[in-house]
Design a protein around this ligand. Structure first.
Ligand SMILES: [Zn+2]
Length: 78
């Protein structure tokens, strides 16, 4: 990853963070243990998304889908 890409990613993460502050935290930024079999970030985002879908909360469901996108790029690059 080049320096410019890293900078762009950083600003996107900051942007997602700023949006999340109005919500319920930022699960997309939970660090991943190296070689770990579980990812708390993935798990939490999925739980929130399932919960939102069960409630019929489309806004939250879309927000969690976006959060997963950011999370995958941040925590699971490559
Ligand atoms: Zn993850």
């Amino acid at each position: 990853m080049s320096g410019a890409e890293r900078e762009e990613l950083r600003s996107r993460v900051a942007e997602a963070n700023a949006r999340s502050r109005r919500g319920r935290g930022h699960p997309e930024l939970v660090p991943v243990p190296p070689g770990g079999l579980r990812c708390a970030g993935c798990w939490e985002i999925k739980q929130r998304r399932y919960g939102a879908l069960e409630r019929g909360d489309q806004v939250e469901a879309v927000r969690m889908a976006e959060a997963m996108g950011f999370h995958l790029r941040y925590a699971h690059p490559g």
